[in-house]
Write a protein of this length. Structure first.
Length: 471
């Protein structure tokens, strides 16, 4: 087989017309159908964001995938419109479907597209599943008859919206209405936010870029991009909103700013929510996060005597911990992902905004006050990220050296070194620096956190200087 298909942390992605074509889509769909049959699964829901190639048109990539799956005997429902990824997760966990297929490249630019597969219980497919699907690509003969008549379409927006609103209410939130700014950035967030408006504890003061566009209107699709956050913060300040939230095209990520327009990290949101739940008697085991996430979540768990679990980077690694949670477990990652185990096993961009509104109303505190409350308990930290490129022919040498590197040149010796995902040097005061490599491209990422800006800048610069030998 000449078409190389390798799943990354969250599905398969590529450039439309080059590394993401109808050939890729059909091969992956064929393999997923085989995997589903082997596991006795037969019903699948297909969702998609508004990128080019994602529609109900006869020639669309989405429809092509549906045709392959149906030819294999899979009972497929295709969403009538572009929908958020968490809706697809809900369809698998609570909507009676045995799997969900999502056409999205998440926060990547519009020239990219991708496929994510969410098997039961609705979270992103674990590595053993994606490896099994990769192994089935190009195996056997695809069904010859793909002209099977009309494809079943439907909308799950209302039942998912009811579920989301009901979940927030069962936690004691959802009353009142904080005026907020929502920036949908021409992705899938707009329709559901319009549905929620006036309930769930929020009133949408302004919905920006709410119509769905295949090119996202030329906007940066990453909601945590500093320029996106700065612009959202400016609008919140000018219009006097209580906070603002921006989303990526498939609305599984969020970027939030407080009433002063300052960014509120996902980890701080998780700490705010956990503290409120402990204070108000809502059962929660603690927080699961990744090696690349801020230490705020760990510090809050320590102070409240709750469990803290650290995983490799990727929301999919939260699934086994979500499944074994005694009550509920918050899952959070620094790239704008958050969910709760008894809600969905997939990150959801809507949930953190509604939880934050609920805590603000219940405690009668502004978002900036809630942030200050957390920082008084665990300290104010400075978190930053950087990346570097390396010569792909030097990947193995880089991996070996990184695996055995006890300390970065010019950086103090750490009290602990973790190699769960990359190499992470951890210090006794809670400061840390991590270097990890992308699994699909010749790029390394550096994550660093400490309590003063000069330390963070020095450590990151040292890591970048060390990496130059692999250019």
């Amino acid at each position: 087989m000449t078409t190389l298909i390798q799943f990354g942390t969250s599905g398969y992605r590529g450039i439309l017309g080059e590394s993401f074509t109808a050939t890729h889509v059909n091969l992956i769909s064929d393999a997923i159908a085989q995997w589903m049959h082997a596991h006795g699964l037969s019903r699948l829901f297909i969702g998609y964001d508004p990128r080019r190639g994602n529609s109900l048109d006869e020639a669309s990539l989405v429809r092509s995938a549906a045709s392959v799956l149906i030819a294999h005997g899979i009972d497929v429902m295709l969403s009538e419109t572009p929908v958020p990824t968490p809706l697809v997760s809900w369809a698998v966990r609570y909507g009676g479907f045995h799997g969900g297929l999502i056409f999205t490249a998440s926060h990547n630019p519009p020239e990219y597209n991708g496929i994510k597969f969410n098997p039961p219980p609705g979270g992103p497919a674990m590595t053993d599943v994606t490896s099994a699907i990769e192994a089935l690509i190009g195996v056997g003969s695809p069904p010859s008859n793909r002209n099977l008549g009309p494809i079943t379409t439907g909308s799950l927006l209302a039942p998912f919206g009811e579920y989301l609103r009901g979940y927030v209410r069962q936690l004691g939130y959802g009353e009142g209405g904080l005026p907020i700014i929502v920036d949908a950035r021409h992705g899938t967030a707009g329709p559901l936010w319009r549905w929620i408006d006036g309930s769930g504890g929020v009133v949408i003061q302004d919905l920006l870029h709410g119509d769905m566009r295949s090119d996202f209107g030329g906007l940066e699709p990453n909601p945590t991009d500093p320029n996106v956050i700065d612009e959202l913060g400016k609008i919140v300040r000018e219009r006097g909103a209580r906070f603002g939230v921006a989303h990526d095209p498939d609305t599984d990520r969020h970027g939030i700013v407080d009433n002063n327009g300052s960014p509120v990290s996902p980890e701080i949101i998780s700490a705010i929510v956990l503290l409120d739940w402990v204070q108000s008697g809502v059962n929660c085991d603690g927080i699961v996060s990744t090696v690349a996430s801020s230490g705020v979540a760990r510090a809050m768990c320590d102070r409240l005597e709750k469990s803290y679990i650290e995983t490799p980077v990727g929301f999919k690694y939260f699934t086994p911990h979500f499944e074994s949670a005694r009550s509920r477990l918050i899952g959070v990652e620094s790239s704008g992902g958050l969910s709760v185990s008894d809600y969905l096993f997939e990150k959801c961009g809507f949930l953190p905004a509604l939880l934050l509104a609920g805590v603000s109303i219940r405690k009668n505190m502004s978002i900036s006050m809630l942030v200050e409350e957390v920082e008084l308990i665990v300290g104010k930290r400075i978190f930053t990220e950087a990346k570097f490129s390396f010569d792909s022919s030097k990947r193995n040498d880089l991996m070996v050296q990184l695996r055995h590197l006890s300390a970065l040149p010019g950086v103090p010796v750490a009290s602990e070194v973790s190699r769960v995902d990359g190499t992470k040097w951890i210090y006794s005061d809670g400061s840390w620096i991590l270097i990890r490599l992308s699994g699909t491209e010749p790029v390394g990422r550096i994550y660093c956190e400490s309590f003063d800006d000069s330390t963070v800048r020095h450590w990151v610069r040292s890591a970048l200087n060390w990496a130059t030998q692999f250019e």
